[in-house]
Design a protein around this ligand. Sequence first.
Ligand SMILES: [Zn+2]
Length: 274
Amino acid sequence: MAYITKANSKKILHKLNLKNANLKGTIYEKPIYFFSKMEEQSLLAYQMFVKEPQKFITEVYQRVPIKEDTMTYVFEGEAPCYHNVPYCERLHADYCNFRIPKEIIEKGEGLRFRNWFKANLYLLDGDRSVLEMRINIAFGVNIHLEDIVCKNSGYVAIDNLPLNKLVEMINKKLDGASRFYYASAKNTCILKRFSKLTFLAHRLIPIQNNDTGYSDEEVKELLAQYEQEFKKPIIELLQNYYRVKYNPELEMEGFLLEQLGFKQCQHCKNEFIF
Ligand SMILES: [Zn+2]
């Protein structure tokens, strides 16, 4: 058996063209009305991946495209790893990413910084000012770790909750979304028309058929708020719900993960559980 990190389990969804996937299934134990077709297909695809990876590969998957290396981040352009043992330390070091500081890129030392940072990752566990000081010694620049850290998501803490707790949290968020929908005539009017289309909030072009009586700006602002406060957290909670329900350890056959573009972790490749 092989194991992957939660972050990598979600990464495989990023480049999937799910427009015509037409996956059928149940998103949750009660109906949710505000997901777009794309959001719904993405959730069903993730559910299938954790539940039936073989089926996911044959029915949904195109290979994980390896993004072009822009020399912007410490971890970039690498194939994700799978691990032979569930206790591999690299599997649990699900660290977020770090931006390579501008001053270092300008000096043409991006690659050296990246390699240095990876080799000194263990310093992250200690006093971070020590790491900052070491960077200063090695590269001659003053940085604050806070300025270069890229947080994975604000929901890391929900990673290890039991299913009943996740259900409770999802239901509470759904109730909150419902209250927000009816909180004012404006909210109801805009959300009735556009709750599935919150992506419109991020488009610079005018909204087509905005017949709500509210300006595009007002509509976009409300949709952005609705997405941030309700849709995104609920998507994150549902992904965790699927994982805990169907495959809590993200345990899969190595050969399946290789088909998905994963590489074997060099750290634990000779360790096996018998
Ligand atoms: Zn490993």
